[in-house]
Design a protein. Structure first.
Length: 467
């Protein structure tokens, strides 16, 4: 029996969830993955940049962007000034307003952790954690089909709020003989507080920041979204540099019942699909009537949008677009958790919203109600639009200041604590065969003329406080 209610060659496939077994479900929820051929090419780029540094970047200038080898890799102060002139005062004001919202959200996320903590753990032991920022971070702002000043803000501001000492950015030149970087991106980076900006894109940018070149500094961590070449490179440099997540291509799942507006759903599916031909856009609904109405509305939305954006979105919808009909709301939520989308829109009767929110386990960012368009989250809500894709929301959430800090455990043990805990420690050390571990504990007992107390016996404590 076919899974499909509509023919596969239609713009959006419609399937009934109850007809799928586990194997067919895996095929249905497939998303873009980097192929072996591309991965091998990226490995070559990483080796080249690691061995030849700036010269490998300059080769790319000539071969891909059509610009001169002598083009400065670092963006100059004059280019920042020219960028401000190009974008105009009103757009600068927009960036500053958006930046303030991102900063406020980031500070709220970090506030409970800033001071660290310190507690009396009993038996003469005090423990705590210091919270410290990462020393250096490299952010990536993609280019190519579109410019992303919003990404510049959303990657840079959380890092700076966290207190990262050095934040650098890579972003590609416009290309086709134009060596300039998009002015809106430059202004956004400046508004965020990043002045070290390098004219490097894709896998070359990952390699430059992971290994360092004569011009681009090596950093401790890489963050940001990007295309297939960038994403493949991030996954390949994990032995040499920390990375945030796999972020891209874009994804959306809309969870809707018969109360939802099919035109709004269609608009939001197309909005995410226009990111690129590998983007995924899915509706899961309990209403077959709504499903069919959305198919009609998607065509109308594509016609209204027009241009290359509509062509890109249509290609994405044909490849990774899907409408799933569920028998019930719990079954629809089950599908959401199996899919694990980057963005989840919830368009159901308001009385059902608490159930949905309490049941969703796997989603990167959730948008509730018909006014909460994902596009607002992409730009102005203050939450972050760098979100794990490909199901990685099962293990982490969106980019935040927490990606730019580290926790350092601190322990203090009194003489009484040593006496109280030595017995258990010696038992474990001897069981594991670590004689030197046991010796280091026994030596302290001897130096302090202490006898190991029976397991669980009380020792003296130390007061608490902030770390």
């Amino acid at each position: 029996m076919s899974w499909f209610i509509e023919e596969q060659q239609s713009l959006l496939r419609i399937i009934r969830l109850s007809t799928l077994n586990s194997d067919s479900l895996k095929r249905i929820v497939r998303r873009f993955k980097v192929g072996e051929e591309l991965e091998e090419k990226v490995k070559g780029i990483l080796r080249d940049v690691r061995e030849r540094g700036d010269e490998a970047v300059r080769d790319l200038y000539e071969s891909f962007y059509g610009i001169g080898r002598d083009t400065p890799i670092r963006v100059s102060e004059d280019e920042f000034s020219e960028a401000y002139r190009e974008v105009g005062e009103e757009f600068v004001k927009t960036l500053k307003r958006v930046a303030s919202r991102i900063k406020a959200f980031s500070e709220a996320v970090l506030a409970p952790l800033r001071r660290g903590w310190w507690v009396n753990a009993g038996l003469g032991v005090s423990v705590g954690q210091l919270v410290r920022p990462i020393d250096s971070v490299g952010i990536y702002v993609p280019g190519g089909r579109y410019a992303y000043p919003s990404t510049a803000l959303m990657t840079a501001i959380p890092a700076l709020v966290a207190g990262v000492g050095r934040v650098v950015a890579c972003t590609p030149p416009r290309g086709d003989g134009d060596a300039s970087v998009d002015p809106a991106v430059l202004v956004a980076l400046d508004v965020a507080g990043v002045k070290e900006v390098f004219r490097v894109g894709g896998a070359h940018a990952v390699a430059a920041m992971a290994y360092g070149t004569e011009t681009v500094p090596r950093v401790a961590k890489l963050v940001g979204p990007g295309g297939p070449w960038f994403t493949a490179a991030k996954s390949l440099v994990l032995r040499d540099v920390a990375v945030d997540m796999i972020a891209g291509p874009s994804e959306i799942v809309v969870l809707a019942d018969d109360s939802a507006d099919p035109t709004l759903i269609a608009a939001d599916l197309v909005a995410q699909a226009e990111h690129g031909p590998d983007s995924a856009a899915v509706l899961v609904t309990t209403s077959e009537e709504l499903a069919r109405d959305v198919v009609k509305e998607v065509r109308r939305v594509l016609d209204a949008v027009g241009g290359r954006q509509a062509s890109t979105a249509e290609e994405a919808l044909r490849r990774y677009g899907l409408i799933v009909i569920a028998d019930s709301l719990p079954q629809a939520v089950w599908f959401v958790n199996e899919y694990g989308p980057e963005h989840l829109e919830v368009m159901v009767e308001w009385r059902e919203v608490p159930y949905v929110l309490s049941s969703v386990r796997n989603a990167g960012s959730v948008f509730v109600g018909e006014c909460a368009a994902v596009a607002l989250g992409d730009y102005v809500l203050g939450t972050n639009h760098v979100i794990p894709t490909g199901g990685w929301c099962r293990v982490r959430g969106p980019l935040s200041p927490l990606d730019f800090i580290k926790f350092i455990d601190v322990q203090y043990v009194s003489a009484g604590g040593l006496a109280s805990l030595a017995g258990d420690a010696l038992s474990l050390a001897e069981r594991e065969g670590f004689k030197a571990h046991a010796f280091s504990i026994k030596l302290r007992l001897e130096r302090l003329n202490l006898a190991s107390l029976p397991s669980g016996a009380s020792g003296s404590g130390v007061g608490g406080g902030d770390a």
